[in-house]
Design a binder for this molecule. Structure first.
Ligand code: GRG
Length: 304
């Protein structure tokens, strides 16, 4: 039996801080620091991937993997792959051609610290390396499991997932007539798909039965939307000091968001409703899913 990373009763804040340590030391090793002229792109990749963030997606991988007694090393490989994709998406999202942002995770954005071309390459490097990591034998001894992870991450990150959502988001800046259904679909693709993969990766690694996968998918779906509503609320009510990024950007860009459609109060009520639904999906896992339950409440209470 694989030893549990976090025994029953572990507090979420401890699990999150351990996730940061574990993920960051693995990311350091996986990205590496070659000496040739290409060193600059590795520097930019490390700058982006190791900047202080919540590492929420790695936490979701580790916490769902331990439901199925997955070995820590396997889960960490998948956790790092997802964080690499997440970091790439932030680097590209901040570029002048997209959100044109100067501040991310409390630091100058990658293209400000390096330059636009290096930031494009750093994003490309992180995205590509994520698939390399999933394909490594360290991720799982069974090549079919590694293939399933690669295919699922490609689906979540690509044009049927995050990239598609980002395309809609860019078009939506010039469209003020989007309704709640359209915004929900946009966000399910843009942020929900990767969060869903983070929750499912543990089930794939653990060759979990279909019912368990469906339960996690339901949890991830509701969690992803609650996370996005909380993000929209932070853009209105948060501070740059706490979030480490400019606030008020959505309103300044005239973006339609959950908050602009529902108003802050109803948006918060909707987020809380989704958290309740997310938690209900975890019933089959009994007390073994306590950390995932705590995480659902955390995403709407967070200030960063
Ligand atoms: C460029 C293909 C491409 C996609 C970009 C995810 C995304 C799509 C853009 C990020 C813009 C944004 C602020 C989205 C809102 C939700 C979100 C992903 C917030 C950042 O995630 P956190 O809060 O960040 O988990 P940390 O820094 O804690 O990892």
């Amino acid at each position: 039996m694989t030893e549990l990373l976090w025994p029953h009763g572990t507090d979420l804040s401890l699990a999150l801080s351990e996730t940061v340590q574990l993920t960051d030391s693995s990311l350091e090793k996986l990205i590496g620091a070659p000496q040739g002229l290409e060193a600059r792109v590795f520097d930019a990749m490390r700058y982006a991937a190791l900047a202080p963030g919540k590492r929420l997606r790695p936490f979701l991988v580790l916490a769902s993997a331990q439901l199925f007694s997955v070995a820590r090393r396997s889960a960490l490989q998948a956790a790092c792959a997802i964080e690499m994709v997440h970091a790439y998406s932030l680097v590209h999202d901040d570029l002048p051609a997209m959100d044109n942002s100067d501040l991310r995770r409390g630091r100058p954005t990658c293209h400000k610290a390096f330059d636009d071309a290096t930031a494009v390459l750093a994003g490309d490097g992180l995205l590509t390396m994520a698939f390399e990591v999933l394909a490594q034998p360290d991720t799982h001894g069974d090549p079919a499991v590694r293939c399933e992870l690669v295919a699922a991450l490609a689906q979540a990150a690509g044009s049927n997932g995050m990239v598609g959502g980002q395309m809609i988001d860019l078009l939506a800046e010039h469209q003020t007539d989007l309704d709640i259904g359209a915004i929900t679909r946009l966000q399910r693709l843009k942020t929900g798909a990767l969060i869903a993969f983070a929750c499912e990766a543990g089930a794939i690694l653990g060759k979990a039965p279909q019912e368990a996968r469906l339960a996690l998918r339901g949890y991830a779906h509701d969690l992803g939307l609650a996370f996005q509503i909380a993000d929209d609320l932070l853009d209105v009510e948060g501070t740059t000091d706490a979030t480490g990024k400019p606030v008020g950007a959505d309103a300044a860009a005239g973006k339609v968001t959950f908050v602009s459609i529902l108003g802050a109060e109803r948006a918060r009520a909707q987020a809380n409703l989704l958290v309740g639904q997310a938690i209900a999906h975890l019933e089959p896992f009994e007390e073994r899913a306590d950390l995932l339950r705590q995480a659902a409440s955390f995403v709407v209470e967070r200030r960063t």
